[in-house]
Design a protein around this ligand. Sequence first.
Ligand code: GLN
Length: 485
Amino acid sequence: MSDITKQSLTELVENIENKKLSSTDVTKAFIDRSEKSEKLNAYITNDFTSALDKAKKFDQKPNFDLKLPGIPMAVKDLFCTKNIKTTAGSKILNNFIPTYESTVTENIWNEGAILLGKLNCDEFAMGSSNETSFFGNVQSPIDKNLVPGGSSGGSASAVAGQLTPVTIGTDTGGSIRQPASFTGIVGLKPTYGSCSRYGIVAFASSLDQAGPMAQNVKDCALLHEVISSYDPKDSTSIDFKRKHYSKELTNNIKGKKIGIPKEYRVDGMPKEIEDLWQKGIQYIKDCGAETIDISLPNTSYALPTYYIVAPAEASSNLARYDGVKYGFRAKGENLIDMYERTRSEGFGAEVQRRIMIGTYVLSSGYYDAYYLKAQKVRKLIKNDFDEAYKKVDAILTPSTPSSAFKIGEKTNDPVSMYLNDIFTVPVNLAGLPGISIPAGHDSKGYPLGLQIIGKAFDEQNILNIAYAMEEKINFKNKITDWWIK
Ligand code: GLN
C-alpha cells in the first residue's frame, strides 16, 4: 500500500487488525515521510530507530485488543517522555532527559502506540505561530510562507503533512484549536481536569490541558478516549465517568440548540470569517439542529484577563528553572550571577516578557489591581457561559479571527499576535471543552476553522456536533507537498 500515510487513524487501526498492514509497514511509511520533511522543522527529536524496533516487536506478538495497536505517533515536545529529551522548545531544557513519563503519553503507549519523536512548539507553549521555539520556526505544509499556528505548530504541521497519523498537543489559550484551524485539521481542547497534567511541562496550571489533533473527528474522539483518565498524580484531575467517545459518536444532532454569541462578531473581523460562520450556522440547521442568538457579555475582557492570569502562573511555574536542579546552566561569578545569566541566556524574548508581566501583576501593590481583579473577571466570563447553557447545548463560533498569517508578520507586534487568541481564550478561562474543525478556505485557499464550545464534561456532545458538521462540510485539505525533499 503506497498511500499508508494518507489513511486516517481509524483506517490504520482497522488495517492492522485485519492484518492488511503490519505495524512495521505503517511505522516505516510515516518515518519515510517524516525523513523527507526537514523543511517543515516539525520535529525537535526523532526516535525513528527505536520506533521501528518497537513496531517489529509488536508484529511478532501483536495485541489487537488495544485501541492503538502498533500505531506510530509523534507528540508535542511538552510531554515528558522517559529517557527521551524533552525541551518544551526552550534552550533552558535543551539537555533535559526526564526520568518519568507523562500520564497522557503513558496512556497512549499502554494502548499499543509507538513514539515516533517529539514535535516542535513555541517555547514553553507561549505563542501563536511557533516562531518562539529555540529550535527555529515551523513551516506550514499548506504554504511555505505561512505559520502553522502555535503553540502546537509542530503537531499541526505533522498531522496536516501526514508525518504522524494523529498527535497530542496542549492548549492553554488556544494552542490546539488555533493551529488546527490554520492547517485544516481537527483539534480538541478537553474540559479542564479531563486529561492529566502530570508530566506536562507547566505553562499556566489553571488553564493547561492536553488534547488530540487529528485528520478527522472520529480519530479525534478515539485519541481523546485514550488520553482522558482520572489521575491521582494530578490534584486537578477529575474523577468522572469517561465515555467511549469514538463508539458513542453519532451524527444525529436533531433538536440540539446551538448558541451564536453576538460578541464574537469582533471589530475588523474579515468578511470571509463572518461568511464562514454563516455557513456553519446553515450546516447546523441542515443537520436538524436549531441556532439561537445568545450573549456572552464579558467576552471582550477575556483576552486582557488571560494575559494577566497566564503570565502570572507562568512566572511562578518557571521560577524552577534556575540552573541548579536541571536543565541549562550558564557560568556565573557567584550564585546570583549564575541564576541571572542562566535565565537571561536560557529563556527567549517571549518567555522573558511573560515572566516580567507575571511577576509585575503578582507583586505587592499591584496584586489586587491586576491579578485579583483578573480572577474576578474570569469568574464573570465563566458565569456568562453558565447563563448561556441554560438555553443552549453548545456554542458555535469561528476558531480564529483570520486564516494563517505569514511568517514574520506579527513577530514585532506581540499585541497583534495575542489578538489571534480572541475566540479561544474564553474557553480556557471557563475550563470548558472546545473543538476546532476545518470548515472552508479563504480566497487564498488557506484553511479556516469553526469552533464548537461545550458544557463542562460534555465532550461527547461537541464531538457529535463536529461529526455531523464534518459530513456536511466535506472539507478537503490543500496540502501542496512543497516541502517534500
Ligand atoms: N497563544 C496563546 C499564548 O501565547 C496560547 C498558548 C497556548 O495555548 N499554549 O499564550
